[in-house]
Design a protein around this ligand. Sequence first.
Ligand code: ZN
Length: 133
Amino acid sequence: MIFNQINIKSPSREVLLDISKDIDLLVKKSGFKEGVCLIFVPHTTAGILINENADPAVKKDILKYLKELIPESYGFSHLEGNSDAHIKSSLIGHSVSVLIHEGKLLLGTWQGIMFAEFDGPRNRKIFVQIIGE
Ligand code: ZN
């Protein structure tokens, strides 16, 4: 079992950042041929998801739709003023797990692992636990 931490600085209030290559590198470094990689985001206004990384318009559309669904100016009670980000984070979720097979992440052809920022720019942490043999 190998624990890793990735530190990133999100560049704007809302952004999806493809971190597939970083995770790929950690899996290669682990030397495991078979296993599972769990990626966890320890933040209440960020998340992690797997979706298409081929057409950048998909990332844009996901953010656009969430923004329309959960407007920042809705009139929430939370005094910090970022309830929209808390809700988006809750909907997207805080962890994904990906199988490792023959030394590689078993992602689909069009899938990428994306860190989702909803209240940046901020310094963020991503925890990656790799279990395998
Ligand atoms: Zn808050």
